[in-house]
Design a binder for this molecule. Structure first.
Ligand SMILES: Cc1cc2nc3c(=O)[nH]c(=O)nc-3n(C[C@H](O)[C@H](O)[C@H](O)COP(=O)(O)O)c2cc1C
Length: 414
């Protein structure tokens, strides 16, 4: 399979500016005429965990020399030889705050937003192997992204960008080792890790032998799939499971998964038949964390920043993953507390505009947020449902000027 060398990426100045914004210290960014300054929340979170922001000072110096609207020199990306992937393939799972995989929600804008607020690792939505194998890898010069586009249908199945390469996890829904490997090989140079979804209880997944169906077929399915990926990829491989009927069964399963050589195991502390409203069983995650040597990622019922420490303490897990808490308010990753929902929502819309997010994904995410904080029957909810384009949403949320600025900047690149 041919993969375009990364040196062909010539990110447009618009995306370059967004990249610098991610790297700049908040004081500098707050004077930016277009973008907001929420990065300080992320910086505070990192400072608290004793982490540096690579490149911040250099980017700030670069920024001082340029007007925000000037075009910038193109980056000099080096081609990545196939063998280079083996170098530095390890992923650090110690004490990480992680955005969970979420179908139709975990696209590029939410991942980047969560990362700005402090998420260390961000999972993409589950993508079914059947769909991924029909895709072609394309460099999107207008956005500075790498797109995986379904041939014929021409829809973007997965969009990522170099800025998130070291933290984005690509999750696959599969029941077939060879197909999973083909899908993973297509994307593995552009992401930090590959994850196999073994917890989805939806009938679509179960009927195809995917998701939670894998939990009940260990010999034939998850051993083969995980081992195949592990042996053939230099990228770290992980998986995400739910709890089985008894703690003993889950521990046995987890031990078996550990033996395949995966880099980490994420455990959603609910059983297949449990509903989201049922409390997550942190004590059963604790049994797994105690039994394994590889990092265990605890998942379930994290709704406030303080919950990251609480679940870690209760389970002894290495890291923590959050889904709904981040969907409803991505600033859950801010160590200084959540920002207002309205502000986060606006920032999400701006990111969706900037990265040209699929309108269906943007609407779905907004609807989920509105359903949590308000009601879809109220005027805002109705207007979101009626919106047909990102321009409609920009108008609805008073981001028309930003929308036109971005559109005009892209025109200038043609
Ligand atoms: C909207 C939504 C979409 C989800 N999609 C996925 C998915 O694609 N893959 C997956 O492994 N889990 C998925 N999940 C499950 C979450 O990753 C997570 O395991 C579950 O919501 C429990 O975490 P929470 O209590 O923090 O919400 C999804 C959950 C939600 C709410």
């Amino acid at each position: 399979m041919w993969i375009a060398p990364v040196c062909e990426v010539e990110a447009p100045h618009l995306v370059r500016r967004e990249k610098r914004r991610l790297l700049l210290p908040p004081r500098r960014r707050s004077r930016h005429p277009v973008f907001g300054n929420e990065e300080k929340q992320r910086a505070a979170g990192r400072a608290e965990r004793g982490e540096n922001e690579v490149g911040g000072a250099a980017a700030a110096a670069e920024e001082r020399e340029r007007s925000p609207l000037q075009p910038h020199p193109q980056p000099h990306h080096q081609p990545v030889p196939a063998s280079a992937a083996a170098v530095g393939a390890a992923m650090d799972y110690q004490n990480k705050h992680i955005l969970a995989p979420m179908v139709r929600v975990g696209t590029l804008p939410l991942r980047l937003l969560a990362a700005e607020y402090g998420a260390d690792i961000t999972y993409g939505e589950e993508i079914i192997d059947h769909k991924m194998v029909k895709c072609e890898r394309r460099l999107n010069h207008y956005l500075g992204t790498t797109d995986f586009v379904e041939k014929g249908a021409e829809n973007v199945v997965f969009r990522t960008c170099p800025e998130e390469k070291d933290r984005v996890v690509f999750q696959i829904g599969t029941a077939n080792a060879a197909r999973a490997l083909t899908a993973a090989q297509l994307v593995c140079k552009d992401v930090a890790a590959i994850d196999i979804n073994m917890g989805c209880p939806k009938s679509f997944s179960l009927s195809g032998g995917m998701g939670a169906a894998l939990l009940t077929n260990p010999e034939l399915i998850h051993d083969v799939i995980l081992t195949t990926l592990r042996r053939n990829l230099d990228t770290p491989v992980t998986c995400k499971i739910r709890l089985l009927r008894s703690p003993l069964e889950t521990v046995e399963l987890a031990r078996r998964i550990e033996k395949t050589g995966v880099s980490a195991l994420a455990v959603h502390g609910r059983k297949v038949a449990d509903r989201p409203r049922d409390p997550a069983k942190w004590n059963e995650i604790a049994d797994i964390a105690a039994a394994l040597s590889i990092p265990v990622i605890a998942n379930g019922d994290v709704f406030y920043y303080e919950d990251f420490a609480r679940i870690k303490e209760a389970t002894g897990a290495t890291s923590v993953m959050v889904a709904r808490g981040a969907l409803w308010n991505a600033s859950i990753f801010c160590s200084s507390g959540k920002l207002s929902w309205e502000d986060v929502k606006k920032e999400y819309i701006r990111k969706s505009i900037l990265w040209d997010n699929d309108i269906k994904s943007t609407k779905h995410t907004l609807k989920e947020m509105i359903m949590h904080y308000s009601c879809l029957e109220l005027p805002e909810g109705k207007a979101v449902i009626k919106s047909e384009t990102t321009a409609d949403l920009a108008r609805l949320y008073g981001e028309e000027e930003y929308y036109h600025f971005v559109a005009k900047s892209r025109q200038g690149l043609k």
